[in-house]
Design a protein around this ligand. Structure first.
Ligand code: DAH
Length: 344
C-alpha cells in the first residue's frame, strides 16, 4: 500500500508539472490522455491494486479516486487559464473594443433631382399629371408641331445634336406638349420633367446636357392670370414664401403672347447692387412661358376657338443654382460627392 501511495504521489507531482506547462488546449489534452486516459498511467496504477492484499484494496481504490478527482480539478483550472490567456492575446493583437465602429457611407439625393422632385410634387398637388417622354425625338415633335417650320429662324436657336437628318436629341421638353395633346382630349394638366441636350460650350451657366421642367394646362377659359398664379406658387415652393415673379415680353413660336419669367433673387432679395447671384438686378431668369399658340392647338386637333392654355419651360439646373446659391453649374455634374451631400 505504501508503495502504491508513493507511486501515486510521484505520478500526481509529474502530472501537476505537465499540466502547468501545457501551452494550449491540445497540449493539455495530451496530458489528460497520458495520465487519465483509458490506457494512461492512472489506469496502470489501478490495475496494480489486484496485487495488494484483499484488505488493503478498498482503501487503495479510494486513494486513487481522490487523486483522480484532484487531477481533474487541476485540468479544469489549467484549461480555463489557457482559455483566458488565448482570449487576452487575441484582444491585444487585433481587437480594440474601444475603437469606434465604421459608419457605412450613405448617399444623398442629387440637388437637381431634388428640384425636379419638389417641382413635380407641387404640380401634382394641384392636380397635374407627371409625364415622361423620349430623349431622342423626330424634328416633327421638336419643331414642326410646335409652330417652327423647317425654314423658321428659331430652329437655329436650338443648337441640336442630330442623329439623322430628321432625328435629334431633344433640345427642350416642349415636344411633350405635343405628345400629351395628341393622346388626350382637354382639359389636360401635365408637368414633364426630363433631360435635354444642346450643342452649347460648357461654362459656369451652360451644360450640353441639362434638365428642363415643362408645364402645360389646356382647358376652356384659361388665361394668363392662371399661369402667373401657378408660377408664383412654384417659386414660393422652391425658394421661399416671399418670392415674387416677373414676366418680360418675349417671343417663342409656340406661344402667343410669350414671356420670359424671372423671380426675385433668393440670395439678396433684390436689395444688393453687388449681389453675385443676380448681378445686382434683383431678378433671376427661370425660362420661357406663354399662352399656347393657336397653330399648336390646331396641329393636335384641339379647337383654338374653344380651348386655351398656358405653357412654360424652365431650366432645372438654373433653378438649382438659385436655390442652393451655387455659382457654377458644372459643380452639379463633376461628381464631388461631399459638395453634393452638403446641399441636401
Ligand atoms: N422650350 C423653350 C426653350 O427651351 C422654353 C419654353 C418657352 C417652354 C415657352 C414653353 C413655353 O413651354 O411656353 O427655350
Amino acid at each position: 500500500m505504501s508503495e502504491l501511495a508513493g507511486k501515486l504521489e510521484d505520478l500526481e507531482r509529474r502530472f501537476v508539472d505537465a499540466a502547468a506547462q501545457a501551452v494550449d488546449e491540445r497540449a493539455l489534452d495530451a496530458v489528460r490522455v497520458a495520465y487519465l486516459g483509458r490506457s494512461g498511467e492512472v489506469t496502470t496504477l489501478r490495475r496494480s491494486i489486484g496485487q495488494l492484499p484483499a484488505s488493503e484494496r478498498p482503501d487503495a481504490g479510494k486513494v486513487i479516486n481522490a487523486a483522480v478527482e484532484r487531477m481533474e480539478q487541476q485540468l479544469d483550472r489549467a484549461g480555463s487559464q489557457i482559455e483566458n490567456r488565448v482570449f487576452e492575446e487575441e484582444l491585444a493583437q487585433e481587437i480594440d473594443v474601444t475603437f469606434p465602429s465604421i459608419e457605412p457611407a450613405t448617399g444623398s439625393i442629387h440637388p437637381v433631382r431634388r428640384v425636379l422632385r419638389d417641382a413635380s410634387a407641387y404640380f401634382e398637388r394641384h392636380g397635374f399629371a407627371v409625364v415622361l417622354g423620349p430623349e431622342v425625338e423626330p424634328d416633327y415633335y421638336n419643331f414642326d408641331a410646335l409652330n417652327i417650320p423647317p425654314t423658321h429662324p428659331a430652329r437655329e436657336g436650338f443648337d441640336s445634336f442630330f442623329i439623322t437628318n430628321t432625328l435629334l436629341l431633344r433640345p427642350h421638353t416642349s415636344p411633350m406638349q405635343i405628345r400629351t395633346m395628341q393622346q388626350h382630349q382637354p382639359p389636360i394638366a401635365v408637368v414633364a420633367p426630363g433631360r435635354c441636350y444642346r450643342r452649347d460650350a460648357v461654362d459656369a451657366r451652360h451644360l450640353f446636357q441639362f434638365h428642363q421642367v415643362e408645364g402645360l394646362l389646356v382647358a376652356e377659359g384659361i388665361h394668363f392670370g392662371h399661369l402667373k398664379g401657378m408660377l408664383t406658387g412654384l417659386c414660393r415652393e422652391l425658394f421661399g414664401s416671399s418670392q415674387t415673379v416677373r414676366f418680360r415680353p418675349s417671343y417663342f413660336p409656340f406661344t402667343e403672347p410669350s414671356a420670359e419669367v424671372d423671380t426675385t433673387c433668393p440670395k439678396c432679395g433684390g436689395s444688393s447692387a453687388s449681389c453675385n447671384m443676380c448681378g445686382g438686378s434683383g431678378w433671376i431668369e427661370l425660362g420661357g412661358s406663354g399662352m399656347v399658340h393657336p397653330n399648336v392647338l390646331h396641329e393636335v386637333g384641339y379647337e383654338p376657338e374653344r380651348y386655351s392654355g398656358w405653357a412654360f419651360g424652365f431650366g432645372v439646373e438654373r433653378l438649382g443654382l438659385a436655390r442652393y446659391e451655387v455659382d457654377d453649374i458644372r459643380r452639379f455634374v463633376n461628381s464631388d460627392a461631399d459638395f453634393l451631400a452638403q446641399l441636401s
